[in-house]
Design a protein around this ligand. Structure first.
Ligand SMILES: Nc1nc2c(c(=O)[nH]1)N(C=O)[C@@H](CNc1ccc(C(=O)N[C@@H](CCC(=O)O)C(=O)O)cc1)CN2
Ligand SMILES: Nc1ncnc2c1ncn2[C@@H]1O[C@H](COP(=O)(O)OP(=O)(O)OP(=O)(O)O)[C@@H](O)[C@H]1O
Length: 200
């Protein structure tokens, strides 16, 4: 089970790393257009995002649009004490970014900039692969699984998780584990995938 997760991870990571710069730019612009017709995104004031790494679809056009619209953007920071957990800190033009141990830029720890998770309206998540049932395979740290594990039971059902991916990250089916959190929506440059998630 684990080795096949690992194999899929490697295969799909390679696939997205091989996209050219112009394919990446086009994908990123198309993704913003898709989101602009997704109502929960249009209504969101506080949005969790990420900075592109490893060939991930680049949220930069989304971030620029949100800033223009005076919405708030939050980025993940690896929790300094709580292994495997993320904090979300506000990202503004002048936010100081420092590379984490994976080489991904993240805001430096400033407690005044932290948002409680359930005060984010929506969280746009990176992923490595997704399948026809909305199962998500990530980089393997379990960070987003832990972050999203309680969204459905939060009183306000926030934040709404939405996966972002290139079309080539879709696979027929993924082996999943009990801690995997299926996503109700995944958006690619060409399509909005929606699933009804059974309430728990
Ligand atoms: N852009 C982005 N930011 C993110 C994530 C992500 O998937 N994408 N994360 C989502 O969880 C968290 C970071 N998780 C990550 C987990 C593993 C690796 C990684 O490159 N692993 C290497 C091994 C590195 C090592 O162990 O030193 C590898 O698999 O090659 C990167 C990020 C938080 N920030
Ligand atoms: N909700 C959780 N509570 C405790 N441990 C968890 C939870 N979710 C995942 N884990 C642990 O994290 C490890 C990695 O999980 P998994 O391979 O599913 O990560 P991933 O979804 O690929 O990564 P990520 O969410 O960071 O993008 C697993 O070994 C699992 O034990």
């Amino acid at each position: 089970m684990n080795s096949s997760r690992q194999q899929i991870r490697q295969q799909i990571r390679l696939r997205r790393q091989q996209l050219s710069d112009s394919e990446q730019r086009l994908a990123a612009e198309s993704l913003l257009s898709q989101l602009q017709s997704f109502q929960p995104f249009v209504d969101a004031q506080r949005v969790g995002l990420y900075l592109a790494n490893d060939g991930e679809i680049d949220p930069d056009p989304i971030i620029q649009w949100l800033w223009q619209q005076q919405r708030q953007v939050y980025l993940p920071l690896l929790h300094p004490f709580c292994k495997g957990h993320l904090l979300f800190l506000q990202y503004q033009h002048d936010t100081l970014l420092i590379r984490n141990r994976f080489g991904i830029p993240e805001p430096s720890l400033d407690v005044t900039q932290i948002s409680p998770l359930n005060e984010l309206d929506i969280i746009l998540c990176p992923l490595v692969a997704f399948d026809a049932d909305g199962n998500r395979l990530g980089m393997g740290g379990g960070f987003y699984d832990r972050t999203l594990s309680r969204w459905q039971t939060n009183a306000n059902n926030k934040p709404l998780p939405v996966g972002l991916a290139h079309d080539c990250q879709h696979v027929d089916s993924l082996p999943h584990q009990h801690w995997d959190v299926p996503l109700p929506t995944i958006i690619t440059p060409s399509k909005q995938w929606q699933w009804t998630i059974k309430s728990i």
